[in-house]
Design a protein around this ligand. Structure first.
Ligand code: CAO
Length: 628
């Protein structure tokens, strides 16, 4: 035997290139120029051929590694090209596949899988060089009835792998060789061969469905464990779901699941036995366990102190126990359990394995991406396809302080984003000539004050908006969520934006069309006062048909207010000022009020909006029209 190390050839000077696929397995006989792996840089992907033919003894890299020219990638038995024994690196080729080679090596074969033959190997979960623990999945098999995780029978380091994804396996098929610590790794032994010094005394007990509140024939929607799983008392074993509730059936004790007698789709009632478990009753002093060999491999000479063939205890997994609930998703039981614990719907996870099989990494990656998107947009636009806002470290630029937003401000931010994203908004501008209205208002101010009313331009604007809605019912609408209907409102309630120390509040004055200017002024003052004192009731903020947002007392010549999804329009009012207006022969000083009408262009077309605002401006120019 001439073992030769094969290095990565010249790859155009690229350094640290990702290994994205290993195309061969230990034991394969390969020819010169046969592809052994695929590398991928940010510029290209490259098939790497073998410069020599031979039998692959060891694969020195694994998927995910980074390699450069000269990185050792394989050990090839150059002379052994004709030898095909798929076992260990150091054993003569004539050895049986399931035998072992050195004192610290353990050849692992497929255990009893319920008599199933030629089951698809859909995932090899480890790579050469990996250090694994007893119970870790080393491979996943999948028949048309079930998927089975094949656990490692011992702790150790993977020396070689002889089974490949896409192959078929039966009981006894060689999987891999494990370098274990010590000369004689402990492997599970049949009871008849176990040393009498082995202490814990397991007792097998049935697992009944406990009291589930009298519910009968409840659907089994998930089986969370597989035969062979070690569970702690209280761990979920199965999930039942009636039309009223879903219930997790916990393990009644700590131990190992030895049988499962139900499957997804079955029905269960209190007292039904769902399986069996081996409960360790008491732990007695531990004694040295004799190196023992399971019956299936008893042809290995015990005296040789050689490594052993181990058959992990996954017998009877095949059949029905781990048939998946979401049948279109390929995933092992452990991955399903993780997804369930994290509340992940596996049908939403893109599997990257063979046949789109979902792996642990896929589930973690899914959760990571969802959380990242949420963190980036405050949980508002997640899933909408809107690119997340990158995080900025403002402290880099100077001193900062993180100030908590009030609940009202948070809700306003959420509503604004929702409105912005949902409403195709157009804003139309106009200036209303309020010279005469202002003269009238000022003339009435003293009288109004005697009645306890502060007469500002606002009640006139509110009344004018109500009249405009009455005359233009096509504006008194809201879009239905079904996208097929418009909700035509037959009442006229006007909402008014009120600035408060805790944030923006929008109380609603009801039935404005039926109220006079004094009444409207009174209610506006009352509602604005309640808003500032935090005393508005929810009902006083609901049912608006149209909103008015006034920045008049503050200043500015125009702005584009946001439309709410429950209305079709909003009027922005800016500061009135004296302007020179051409009357056809001369400039006249007129008090002009800037108005901006934003509207939902799904519900209202541009010409209707134009007519609405022109009418509103005209009414504001001559309040006698409010009487018509
Ligand atoms: N142009 C010029 N002056 C105006 C005006 C305008 N468009 N609107 C009001 N004024 C004057 C008033 O006449 C009053 O002056 P006097 O005290 O001399 O009479 C002064 O500005 C203050 O008015 P006000 O605020 O007391 O009363 P109001 O009826 O105009 O407004 C209310 C009531 C509740 C809307 C107001 O108190 C408020 O909260 N405004 C802020 C609204 C806001 O934050 N909008 C932004 C929302 S974000 O979309």
């Amino acid at each position: 035997m001439a073992i030769e190390t094969i290095n990565v050839p010249d790859i155009g000077g690229a350094e640290g290139v990702d290994v994205i696929e290993i195309s061969i397995a230990v034991g394969d006989t390969i020819t010169v120029d046969q592809e052994v792996m695929v590398l991928e840089s940010d510029k290209a992907s490259m098939d790497i051929p073998s410069p020599k033919g031979g039998v692959v003894k060891t694969i020195l890299v694994k998927e995910g590694d980074k390699v450069s020219e000269g990185t050792p990638m394989l050990e090839l038995d150059i002379e052994g090209a004709a030898e095909t024994a798929p076992v260990t690196a150091s054993e003569p080729a004539s050895s049986a596949p399931a035998t072992a080679s050195s004192s610290a090596e353990l050849a692992v074969v497929i255990p009893d899988i319920g008599g199933a033959e030629d089951v698809d190997v859909i995932e090899i979960c480890v790579a050469v060089g990996d250090t694994i623990s007893e119970g870790d999945s080393i491979a996943v098999l999948e028949s048309d009835k079930a998927s089975m995780d094949i656990p490692s029978p011992a702790d150790g380091k993977v020396v070689s792998i002889s089974l490949k994804e896409g192959e078929k396996a039966s009981e006894g098929t060689a999987v891999l060789v494990l370098a274990t610590q010590g000369d004689a790794p402990e492997v599970p032994a049949p009871a008849a061969q176990a040393s009498s010094a082995v202490t814990p005394t397991p007792s097998v007990r049935e697992i009944p469905v406990p009291d589930i509140g009298g519910a009968e024939g409840v659907d089994v929607i998930e089986v969370c464990v597989a035969v062979g799983d070690t569970v702690a008392e209280g761990d979920s074993l199965v999930v039942l779901e009636s039309d009223k509730a879903s219930m997790e059936i916990p393990a009644p004790a700590s131990g190992k699941v030895t049988a499962l007698t139900i499957k997804v789709g079955d029905k269960a009632s209190q007292g039904d036995v769902i399986g069996q478990m081996e409960v360790v009753a008491a732990a007695e002093p531990t004694a040295t366990k004799a190196a023992s060999v399971p019956q299936a491999t008893s042809n290995v000479p015990a005296a040789s102190n050689a490594s052993q063939v181990a058959t992990p205890a996954v017998s009877s997994v095949i059949g029905t126990e781990v048939v998946v609930s979401s049948s279109d998703v390929y995933a092992g039981p452990a991955v399903r359990k993780l997804a369930r614990q994290l509340g992940v719907d596996l049908t939403e996870v893109k599997g990257t394995g063979t046949r789109n099989r979902v792996s642990f990494e896929d589930v973690h990656g899914f959760v990571h991406s969802v959380m990242k998107a949420r963190a980036a947009d405050g949980g508002i636009t997640s899933g909408s396809g809107i690119p997340p806002v990158p995080e900025v470290d403002y402290a880099k630029f100077g001193e900062i302080e993180l100030v908590k937003m009030s609940k009202i401000k948070q809700l306003t931010a959420e509503a604004m984003t929702r409105n912005w994203l949902n409403i195709p908004r157009v804003t139309q501008f106009d200036d209303a000539d309020i010279t005469d209205v202002e003269a009238f208002r000022k003339g009435m101010k003293a009288e109004a004050e005697k009645s306890g009313v502060k007469l500002t331009p606002m009640p006139f604007i509110i009344k004018a908006a109500a009249t405009a809605l009455q005359m233009h019912p096509s504006f008194n609408v809201a879009m239905h969520n079904d996208g097929e209907h418009i909700i035509q409102k037959k009442f006229i309630h006007i909402a008014v934006a009120v600035d408060t120390p805790r944030g923006l509040m929008v109380p609603v004055i009801q039935n404005v069309d039926q109220k006079g200017i004094y009444q409207i002024a009174k209610e506006l003052i009352e509602l604005a006062g309640k808003a500032r004192d935090g005393k508005l009731k929810p009902a006083e903020m609901q049912g608006g048909c149209f909103t008015i947002s006034s920045l008049g007392p503050i200043g500015g010549t125009g702005f584009t207010p946001m439309v709410s999804t429950t209305e079709a329009g909003i009027l922005g009012v800016s500061k009135a000022s004296m302007q020179p207006v051409w009357d056809g022969s001369a400039f006249q000083p007129r008090m002009m009020l800037p108005l901006s009408l934003s509207y939902d262009h799904r519900a209202v077309n541009g010409s209707d909006a134009g007519k609405f605002l022109t009418y509103l401006s005209t009414v504001m120019g001559d309040v006698r029209r409010l009487l018509l």
